[in-house]
Each structure stands twice: as structure tokens, then as C-alpha cells.
Design a protein around this ligand. Structure first.
Ligand code: SF4
Ligand code: F3S
Ligand code: FES
Length: 248
């Protein structure tokens, strides 16, 4: 059965904007993205929204529903009551381009700052041999769909534009951890995690884990183990002695 849903949608661009109220039909089994599409079809043909797969796999339709970072295509209308006003706003951490579409290039810059997979010298592609048990831990991280909801929610940058330069965010700290766990990666990851990618700024609030649509345990399985590895290195007496003797 259909009903009239009450929507409040942020509309605007780089010069600013405001929330606008709409009443729009909702039907059984629909998700918030269906309603946004119906709004485009019936009332606001120029409403900008980014989407692609409508199956929770492309990571494009990230926005905020009632202030919580969500994929619009995976947010069921049945999770709201029929008289509830549903507020849809663009991701707050990134600059708005128009309406629900944000400029997420911050994330691409952060991705590029991480040294790519570095196998031992002389080992050619096709000669990589690894045991399943050695790659098991990091396989979970490969489920990431790059929706950037974790980057959007992390308080280190959400309300602190000034931290963006020093902090890679949970998605990319997870990438550093993934490479550090890789049995064939020989690049130095631990110092750079701390000094170049801002691992120390994460105070393990786990908000990133809470919003991940792939249910990746970002904090417990990537960030905390990475912090432990960094600490091991720092407090390892041999590493300490080596630094004292050779790093003058
Ligand atoms: Fe999205 Fe999860 Fe990947 Fe973060 S880790 S970008 S929340 S899929
Ligand atoms: Fe931010 Fe996640 Fe750490 S939300 S503070 S990166 S645990
Ligand atoms: Fe692809 Fe929502 S449209 S994840």
C-alpha cells in the first residue's frame, strides 16, 4: 500500500542552500533512493543525486538520512514511520557541488598519498606465492566499496577542516594496515602510518565501523592492529637502539 511520505531535502550549491519540504508517494518495499527518483520524476527534475547500481555495491549514493551517513539505495522506507519527516542532506565532511552531490576528491588525494603495493625486488608478476592463511586477515578490507561514509562520519575531520591535511581517514588508514599485513609487501608502513597518514589522530571511537555498509570491522581489525604494530616498533628495544646508533 502506498502512502504520502514527508521528505525534507537539502537543495543548493557552492553558494549555499536550504532544506525544502516535499510530500511524495512511497510504496511497499521502496528505499529512500526510490523516493528521491520519484521526486525527480514528478516535482524537482533538476534535483542532483549521484547513484549507479541501486544494489549497495557502487558506493555512489552516499548521503545523510536524518543526520546519519547512509547509502540511499540501502535505506529502506520501512525503517521509518509513515508520519515521520525524513531529512536527506549531502555528506557533511565534503564540499557540496549541488543538492545531494558532494565533491569527494579529498579521498582520491589521500589514496594517492599511500605508496602502492611494493613486492620484493626481482619478484615478477606471476611469481607471487602466498599462503591463504597469510592473506586471510586483510581480505576483509577488500570488500570496501569506497562509499566514503566512514570518512564522512569520522569526527577527526567531520567538524575539523584543519585536520584534513594530516589525516587520511579510516578508509585509507585501513589501506595502510592492509598493505602492512600483506606477506609480500616490503615498503615501510609503520612510521608513515603515524607520521604521514595521521594514525595517531584516531582515538578509536569506532563511528567509522558503525556506518560501514560492508560491515568491515575497520577499527578492531585494521586500525587497532596497526596502532599496535606502530607501538611495538616504538617500544622494541632493538629498534630503539638501532635508531639511537644509526639515526643521528
Ligand atoms: Fe565505505 Fe566501509 Fe569502504 Fe568506508 S570502509 S569507504 S564505509 S565500504
Ligand atoms: Fe575516526 Fe574511526 Fe578512528 S571514526 S577516530 S577513524 S575509529
Ligand atoms: Fe550504488 Fe547505492 S547506487 S551503492
Amino acid at each position: 500500500m502506498g502512502y504520502d511520505a514527508k521528505f525534507r531535502v537539502w537543495r543548493g550549491d557552492t553558494d549555499g542552500g536550504d532544506l525544502q519540504d516535499f510530500t511524495v508517494q512511497a510504496n511497499d518495499g521502496e528505499v529512500v533512493l526510490d523516493i528521491i527518483h520519484r521526486l525527480q520524476a514528478t516535482q524537482t527534475p533538476d534535483l542532483a543525486v549521484r547513484w549507479n547500481c541501486k544494489a549497495g555495491k557502487c558506493g555512489s549514493c552516499s548521503a545523510e538520512v536524518n543526520g546519519r551517513p547512509k547509502l540511499l539505495c540501502m535505506t529502506r522506507m520501512s525503517t521509518f514511520t509513515e508520519d515521520e519527516v525524513i531529512t536527506v542532506t549531502p555528506m557533511r565532511t565534503f564540499p557540496v557541488i549541488r543538492d545531494l552531490v558532494t565533491d569527494v576528491s579529498f579521498n582520491y588525494h589521500k589514496a594517492r598519498e599511500i605508496q602502492s603495493f611494493t613486492p620484493p625486488e626481482g619478484l615478477k608478476a606471476g611469481e607471487y606465492r602466498m599462503k591463504q592463511v597469510d592473506v586471510q586477515r586483510s581480505q576483509e578490507f577488500r570488500k570496501c566499496i569506497e562509499c566514503f561514509l566512514c570518512q564522512d562520519t569520522c569526527h577527526v575531520v567531520r567538524d575539523h577542516e584543519e585536520n584534513k591535511e594530516a589525516f587520511a581517514g579510516p578508509r585509507y588508514l585501513m589501506r595502510v594496515a592492509e598493505l602492512d599485513m600483506h606477506p609480500l609487501d616490503v615498503a615501510e608502513r609503520r612510521n608513515s602510518a603515524q607520521e604521514e597518514h595521521g594514525l595517531g589522530m584516531c582515538n578509536i571511537t569506532k563511528c567509522c565501523t558503525d556506518v560501514c555498509p560492508e560491515h568491515i570491522k575497520i577499527t578492531d581489525n585494521a586500525l587497532i592492529p596497526m596502532k599496535e604494530r606502530v607501538a611495538d616498533r616504538k617500544y622494541d628495544p632493538l629498534v630503539w637502539l638501532g635508531n639511537k646508533l644509526f639515526r643521528r
